[in-house]
Design a protein around this ligand. Structure first.
Ligand SMILES: Cc1cc2nc3c(=O)[nH]c(=O)nc-3n(C[C@H](O)[C@H](O)[C@H](O)COP(=O)(O)OP(=O)(O)OC[C@H]3O[C@@H](n4cnc5c(N)ncnc54)[C@H](O)[C@@H]3O)c2cc1C
Length: 363
């Protein structure tokens, strides 16, 4: 019998890896076309473009331990440019920002462990991977290739008890039986699947709100961008009226993000009417003094991006897990439950894998 992991984001892939290490039979199912979930790295003309996360705090061990276990520890890269500035508003120059202030300005919850990547405080160095965050996704997916254990475009619509474990229903009319299930999906998806299975307490997961956002990457020739930029990026004061909320100097922050002689910026844009890439370029050109149009731009839309937890979230998740203990083996993992940072997602996924192994008597 099989353990079904629903969701091939970093949490689901980490859970699958943990199970495979213990010799369990695993199948990973994802609704999307590509594995990785919010990790989306595009490699284009020698640029490395991150649509979602671009790194993690160097002090966070879980993702780095997994990278080493996967044999890609040598691909970990350190942040190069450090520190961030504040853009106070029109007509005013960028000014230095105290450590920790950037995350506060962006309203990033400390318990998310996300770290305001574009707002790296001086003492909090970040790390990433040589060819972008997809390095770790690629390494995890490689472990699922022989025999093939990853199935994309397989959205799960229901989970129901079966004689030996669970029956998962798909978009179409097909189904799959599994001895154990790990739900490594966003909280709102888990809430729906668990409520449908007769766990009404799971509706409490609907208190996790996923904030919409857009990231826009813009490529320039290096001579279009002033050479005097300081730090790894800037945060925009919330009363400035700008659509751009923050900007990372991606080609200065990590090595090899742009070919020699080129620059790569990444803007975080709030809700806008119109083309976010055009708006981001216009605002960045005014703030930074960029000359001319970008060589190209790429926008990534996250209608449900980073999760935000309400007060009491950890207690609600703990109560729900206790309720799940009374059922056939079923665990939850990922950003909707245990912290939104990528390292927290690795930890959460591996813990879910261990929970299931223990429930199956293989721990
Ligand atoms: C713009 C942005 C920037 C970020 N920056 C950082 C950063 O710099 N550092 C950091 O640490 N974190 C960052 N984060 C957060 C981090 O990327 C995420 O929290 C983390 O990657 C989530 O991983 P996950 O596996 O829990 O969920 P996801 O990556 O959301 O994966 C869930 C998977 O479940 C699948 N799924 C959903 N419903 C179903 C279904 N019914 N059936 C089957 N599959 C389903 C989805 O297709 C998806 O692949 C950022 C996030 C965003 C959006």
């Amino acid at each position: 019998m099989t353990v079904a992991v629903v969701g091939a984001g970093l949490a689901g892939l980490s859970a699958a890896w943990e199970l495979i290490q213990a010799g369990a039979e695993v199948v990973v199912l994802d609704a999307g076309r590509q594995p990785g979930g919010m990790i989306v790295t595009e490699r284009r003309d020698g640029f490395i473009v991150e649509g979602g996360p671009d790194g993690f705090l160097a002090a966070e061990p879980d993702i780095q331990e997994l990278a080493r276990a996967l044999g890609i520890g040598g691909r970990l890269v350190d942040q190069v440019a450090r520190g961030s500035t504040l853009w106070p508003g029109e007509g005013r120059p960028l000014e230095p920002l105290a450590e920790g202030k950037a995350a506060e300005l962006l309203g990033i919850q400390a318990n998310l462990n996300v770290g305001a990547q574009h707002a790296a405080p001086l003492q909090s160095a970040f790390r990433s991977f040589a060819a972008g965050m997809a390095d770790i996704v690629d390494a995890l997916v490689a472990c699922l290739s022989s025999p093939p254990r990853l199935r994309t475009t397989q959205g799960i619509t229901a989970v129901a008890p079966a004689p030996r474990g669970w029956r998962l229903s798909f978009n179409g009319s097909s189904s799959l039986d599994a001895e154990a299930v790990i739900l490594a999906v966003p909280a709102w998806v888990a809430a729906r699947l668990l409520a449908g299975l007769g766990v009404p307490a799971a509706r409490s997961l609907d208190t996790v709100i996923y904030a919409p956002s857009v990231t826009v990457s813009l490529a320039y020739r290096a001579d279009q961008v002033p050479g005097t930029l300081e730090g790894a990026g800037f945060v925009v004061a919330s009363d400035s009226g700008a659509a751009v909320r923050a900007c990372t100097y991606a080609w200065r922050k990590y090595p090899m993000r742009a070919p020699e002689g080129y620059a790569l910026l990444r803007a975080f844009v709030g809700a806008v009417d119109g083309d976010p890439a055009a708006i981001a370029h216009a605002e960045l050109a005014a703030i930074l003094g960029i000359n001319g149009a970008p060589l190209w731009s790429r926008a990534f839309h996250w209608p449900r991006g980073l999760p935000r937890y309400r007060h009491g979230h950890a207690d609600r998740v703990a109560a729900l897990r206790e309720r799940l203990d009374g059922l056939a083996p079923l665990a939850m993992a990922g950003a909707g439950f245990d912290g939104a940072g990528v390292s927290a997602c690795v930890k959460s996924g591996r813990e879910a894998g261990r929970t299931i192994l223990a429930r199956l008597g293989r721990g």
